[in-house]
Design a protein around this ligand. Structure first.
Ligand SMILES: *[C@@H]1O[C@H](CO)[C@@H](O)[C@H](O)[C@H]1NC(C)=O
Ligand SMILES: *[C@@H]1O[C@H](CO)[C@@H](O)[C@H](O)[C@H]1NC(C)=O
Ligand SMILES: *[C@@H]1O[C@H](CO)[C@@H](O)[C@H](O)[C@H]1NC(C)=O
Ligand SMILES: *[C@@H]1O[C@H](CO)[C@@H](O)[C@H](O)[C@H]1NC(C)=O
Ligand SMILES: *[C@@H]1O[C@H](CO)[C@@H](O)[C@H](O)[C@H]1NC(C)=O
Length: 566
């Protein structure tokens, strides 16, 4: 009476594992340790035939409220229920889903060195990215070859390019690129789905920041710490850095970002400690960074201006300096797809700055590090894992039992589909609600106003019901219960109550959490299909920038602000 999905799961266990003994003694041993899951025990659990007998314990251990709705039988051992009670299909499915979800939870828990065997034996969690492999690939795409030639950017995505494209001669590739314009692997979507000149600008910034020879006598550098004033949020720090990148481009200096207070925590190891490179691949090459740091030690380099530092510029130059003009004025052709006070805005002040900040933030965030990738995996698991377990169980049940065939990945999966972004429930609407101490700077709006805009989108796109909600306010989370026709997803973090200052709230979370959680939220928000927020807040403004350089110009951005426009 077992579902096909379960059969598949069982069959997924390797032969070796099936040989493990299943005496009662071992069973007790496992149960004794289940509440303090260390990886050794996880291994035993997954590969032991006993695994299937453990739903109750998983259930007790499960963190999520979702499970409370389900009614698993007391005995917990659903399929071996001795008293002959009929067990409904629904209950059986629920227990397979819970089990699959919990298996994934254990795999996620084990942060270092995932054992490939194990990952391969369990049905794939569609929301997980292969951080190991993709970080390797990103490094290749972000570094010049030994001989100084450009990284291999082709019109083919990901692994297709690496494998199938390898026999295309380099002349053919060069002519391909000439015809199509610059190819920057971190930009998604067609030309029309992005701000004007996005691909060209991204390529040029990359080339500017990755010169072939950093030790050339004519090289100039701008070495800048991230803003550290108390009260400046992550968004403001980023905005400041976009100003410094603009200065660097205008003065033909390579920008080297230095001390980043938010990365000064134990999650950032080695050279990534206290640096942007903890979260994203560095803004420049290792050679340039090292050389700039050497020069910093020499007083004359600072005096004769070979190296400049942030202190050599006024805050006006940094925060409201001129946008680089080397690409002309592409913002003149820019049609903002932004709704303010119910109207589509066609022209506004400081279009150049909006365009530039979008380019600069996109460049700084072009490739995630393995650390960031794993944070995102954990967040997607916590938010979408159960949904995904349902879908995967349904999919496994939908087909006749096929032994272990599904475990060996087809080439299509390895080379082509592997380039898909990790699964999230789509269409997904990003709603970022900013309140709290923002009241000092702009009129704040209640959650209801944001939801009015969400409803406006749903009227046009009736399949929209999923919301990625990012907010630091607990009262916003509480109000989601007033909207039962929407699925809300959000990170599980302690939120602000009342109007405490952002700085004191962040301090209460600790540096690591107060950086990781907003960055995760930011990246998930910018992956959404639709956007609602308050463009008066820097954070929303930057999400909007990611949208406009992430192939989503036509998704639009609906802002609750009525009066304020930067
Ligand atoms: C949220 O996190 C807290 C503490 O980190 C934990 O106690 C709680 O169980 C979590 N809730 C959910 C639904 O995961
Ligand atoms: C540089 O090395 C790459 C491979 O590492 C090679 O494809 C390319 O032809 C080389 N270029 C030159 C100019 O030698
Ligand atoms: C590329 O060419 C070589 C030699 O001609 C061949 O052995 C190899 O299989 C080809 N690779 C692909 C992906 O077609
Ligand atoms: C830049 O600032 C440093 C110290 O902050 C100073 O020593 C140096 O002379 C300044 N350079 C220029 C070109 O003004
Ligand atoms: C919020 O803070 C402002 C000033 O910072 C204060 O006037 C107001 O009373 C506070 N409101 C609440 C609900 O605490």
């Amino acid at each position: 009476m077992e579902g096909n999905g379960e059969k598949r799961l069982e069959n997924a266990l390797s032969q070796k594992a099936l040989q493990m003994c299943s005496s009662n003694a071992r069973k007790i041993w496992i149960l004794g340790f289940i509440f303090g899951i260390g990886f050794t025990y996880v291994f035993v659990l997954i590969f032991s035939p006993l695994w299937q007998n453990l739903p109750l314990y998983f259930y007790l251990n499960s963190p999520s409220e979702i499970f409370k709705k389900s009614s698993l039988p007391d005995a917990g051992i659903v399929e071996h229920s001795a008293n002959g009670n009929t067990i409904t299909i629904q209950e059986k499915d629920e227990s397979s889903i819970v089990r699959l979800y919990n298996t994934w939870s254990m795999l996620i828990d084990k942060k270092s060195n995932p054992e490939v065997d194990i990952l391969a034996a369990v049905p794939r969690a569609p929301y997980l990215e292969d951080c190991e492999k993709n970080t390797q690939r990103n490094k290749l795409l972000d570094n010049r070859a030994e001989n100084g030639s450009l990284p291999d950017w082709t019109i083919w995505k990901g692994y297709v390019a690496r494998v199938l494209h390898e026999n295309v001669s380099s002349e053919e590739q060069i002519s391909e690129q000439r015809d199509l314009g610059p190819i920057t692997p971190w930009i998604e979507g067609s030309y029309k789905d992005n701000y004007p000149l996005t691909r060209m600008v991204q390529r040029d910034i990359w080339l500017h920041q990755h010169p072939p020879n950093c030790k050339d006598r004519n090289m100039r550098f701008l070495v800048a710490d991230w803003e550290r004033l108390p009260g400046l949020g992550i968004g403001a720090q980023l905005a400041g850095m976009t100003g410094l990148l603009a200065i660097a481009i205008k003065e033909r200096r390579v920008l080297v970002t230095n001390y980043y207070n938010r990365a000064d925590h134990s999650g950032c190891l080695g050279t990534a400690r206290s640096h942007w490179s903890c979260y994203f691949l560095a803004e420049t090459s290792v050679d340039c960074r090292n050389h700039a740091m050497e020069l910093m030690k020499k007083q004359d380099a600072l005096i004769n201006g070979v190296v400049k530092v942030k202190e050599n510029y006024t805050s006006k130059e940094i925060w409201s300096g001129r946008t680089p003009r080397i690409w002309g004025s592409p913002w003149r052709n820019l049609q903002p797809t932004t709704q303010i006070d119910g109207k589509l805005l066609t022209k506004h002040r400081k279009m150049d700055r909006r365009w530039w900040r979008a380019q600069a933030v996109r460049y700084l965030m072009r490739f995630k590090t393995k650390y960031m990738c794993r944070l995102l995996n954990e967040a997607r698991h916590a938010a979408f894992g159960f949904e995904a377990a349902k879908l995967v169980t349904e999919a496994l049940n939908a087909q006749p039992h096929k032994g272990t065939n599904g475990i060996i990945k087809s080439e299509m999966e390895q080379l082509v589909w592997s380039d898909y972004r990790p699964w999230v429930p789509r269409p997904l609407l990003s709603v970022h609600v900013r309140m709290g101490d923002k009241a000092g700077e702009m009129k704040v709006f209640g959650f209801e106003k944001y939801m009015e805009l969400a409803i406006q989108i749903r009227e046009h796109f009736p399949d929209l019901k999923n919301i990625w909600l990012s907010t630091e306010m607990q009262e916003v989370i509480d109000k989601t219960s007033l909207y039962p026709n929407w699925n809300f997803y959000y990170t599980n973090v302690t939120r602000q109550v009342g109007n405490r200052s952002m700085a004191s709230y962040e301090a209460s979370l600790g540096r690591q959490l107060s950086t990781n959680y907003p960055l995760v939220n930011f990246l998930l928000a910018s992956e959404a299909d639709f956007f609602v927020g308050a463009l008066g807040s820097t954070w929303c403004y930057l999400i909007d920038g990611m949208r406009n350089t992430g192939g989503k110009v036509m998704a639009g951005y609906l802002s609750v602000n009525k009066d304020r426009f930067w």
